[in-house]
Design a protein around this ligand. Structure first.
Ligand code: BG6
Length: 506
């Protein structure tokens, strides 16, 4: 069955003529991620031959000043060193338009500028509006764009437009619904690209190839053979300079609602009928999210990091971070037990955890298969055989390991677990592109497969609604503590122990 992969192979990689307009062009995301991603796409010759980037934000800058700033960012943040020949071409495609997202007349000026870019080049550019702004500006920018004819209404002409929205997408179910409704007033759903940068990571995309391009795993991929699943998103960094944002959000909103649940959904979906129709994968993801049972109070743990040591360096506790409110109970670590109540997964525990200030940065999905009966090996130093597991490491190293039992050399009949390892860098000898490269290219090609649809967003918030309820003031749900640089609170271990499981040592 190779139908799933066929059409994508033949697709032409280069998008049509495009102008990318970045709102929030002087901000961190643009400097660290977006410009480096666009530069690397240029270096790989993936950009359209007719292409420009229009930075837009409140700071008054000329095109020249924006170019100089962009160059500095690329020197700091590009995954490749700056190549003078590529830069020379790239620089000529950078422009800047001062704009306040809340001032309607600034959008008239933007529209006029964009239209003169097209006229000068005798080209009809598709427009991609990237909202790298504070979420409080998403709706107003969308409204202003539509008002000047660059939103829904643009579809009447040959030119097309789309809007890319960064996370956080809402704060809870109600606000996410409201934001969806507001955006859809000014752009059609097909023009809205909600970005989740984890979906642009190579190993996350590889989940699909791994599951559906190999004949051997799919027959095992169900409650018949799988004992439990663990998904871990661990970071060693603390909240740093983002404390005032994070304190209002917490790790559940910051990581679990989006990155973690998206990865889990891909691990658990039914085979989509095609990889070329964006909705075919997204329909399946929604079904998974919708099938997760309501999360019980006893199956959720939240905690905050205290002072400790990471890599030998002393680190502050959460309450010493600048910007954290006194008495804050915002979680920097959360662990939950989930269950997908459908034919494939019913009864299989799924443990998820995400945390800051853990001993190291690692994102991993581990699938544990059922124990083999050990009776045959009794009396041969084996009382229990190790479980087979498949560990998909998303970062920092990208790869997949399969743990199997094997006989160590020697006269005795014994079994010992060993790893069969596939590491991206060994097999492909290429550095993986940054997630934003893939996602920006897809958005330019109007391929929404790796972007999150409105109903996925709403389902994931709906799933977490009860959890936020348990954590509300007056609910007496404890926020536990853990020492910075450790693997989280003891209560998270107890959660798994209650079901006879243990967190993986990462
Ligand atoms: C972001 C979160 O979405 O993802 C951050 O807001 C987190 O808190 C980051 O650190 C992790 O991304 P990555 O790609 O470094 O794993």
């Amino acid at each position: 069955m190779d139908g799933l992969f066929q059409e994508g192979e033949n697709r032409v990689l280069r998008p049509p003529s495009t102008g990318v307009v970045i709102f929030g062009a002087t901000g961190d995301l643009t400097q660290r991620k977006l410009l480096p991603a666009l530069y690397n796409l240029a270096a790989d010759d993936y950009l359209p031959s007719e292409f420009f980037i229009m930075g837009a934000s409140r700071t008054k800058l000329s095109d020249e000043e924006f170019r100089a700033r962009s160059r500095e960012s690329l020197e700091k943040f590009s995954r490749r060193p700056l190549d003078p020949a590529v830069w020379e071409q790239f620089e000529g495609k950078l422009f800047y338009q001062p704009l306040d997202g809340t001032t309607p007349k600034d959008f008239d000026a933007l529209r006029d500028r964009l239209s003169s870019m097209g006229k000068e080049r005798q080209e009809s550019f598709n427009l991609l509006f990237y909202l790298a702004t504070s979420p409080s500006h998403f709706s107003i920018v969308a409204e202003n764009l539509n008002r000047v004819g660059l939103g829904k209404s643009i579809k009447q002409g040959p030119q097309q437009s789309a809007i890319v929205v960064e996370k956080p997408f809402g704060f809870d179910l109600e606000s996410a619904k409201q934001l969806n409704a507001e955006l859809q007033r000014h752009f059609d759903e097909g023009q809205i690209y909600r970005i989740d940068h984890y979906l642009g990571k190579e190993t996350v995309q590889n989940i699909l190839v791994f599951r559906f391009a190999n004949g051997i795993f799919e027959p095992l991929w169900s409650r018949e053979h799988i004992d439990h699943i663990q998904v871990s998103v661990c970071e060693s960094i603390g909240v740093g300079s983002r404390a005032s944002y994070f304190d209002q959000s917490g790790i559940t909103r910051d990581i679990i609602q989006n990155h973690l649940l998206q990865m889990l959904a891909l691990v658990c979906i039914e085979p989509p009928y095609s990889l070329s129709d964006p909705d075919s994968i997204r329909d399946e993801k929604v079904k998974v999210l919708r099938s997760i049972k309501p999360i019980g109070r006893q199956d959720v743990i939240r905690a905050q990091y205290g002072p400790g040591f990471v890599d030998g360096a002393k680190v502050n506790g959460y309450h010493e971070e600048n910007g954290v409110l006194p008495g804050s109970t915002t979680e920097t670590y959360a662990a939950m037990r989930l269950e997908i109540d459908n034919w494939r997964w019913s009864g299989v525990p799924i443990y998820i955890r995400a945390g800051k200030r853990l001993p190291r940065r690692i994102t991993e999905i581990a699938i544990y298969f059922n124990h083999a009966p050990a009776a045959m090996f009794q009396g041969r130093l084996v009382s229990k055989l190790e479980q087979n597991y498949l560990a998909i490491q998303v970062q920092p190293e990208e790869g997949i390991s399969f743990c199997i039992n094997s006989k160590p050399p020697g006269p005795r009949m014994r079994a010992k677990s060993v790893l069969m390892d596939f590491q991206y860098h060994d097999s492909f000898a290429l550095s993986s592109p940054e997630a934003y490269e893939r996602l920006l290219l897809d958005a330019m090609k109007r391929d929404a497969t790796l972007f999150t649809r409105n109903d996925e967003i709403e389902e994931s918030w709906a799933l977490l609604e009860p959890v936020f309820g348990y954590w509300q003031k007056g609910q007496d749900t404890p926020a536990y503590g853990y020492e910075g640089g450790t693997w989280g609170p003891k209560e998270a271990d107890d959660l798994l122990a209650r079901y006879g499981h243990k967190w993986r040592l990462l």
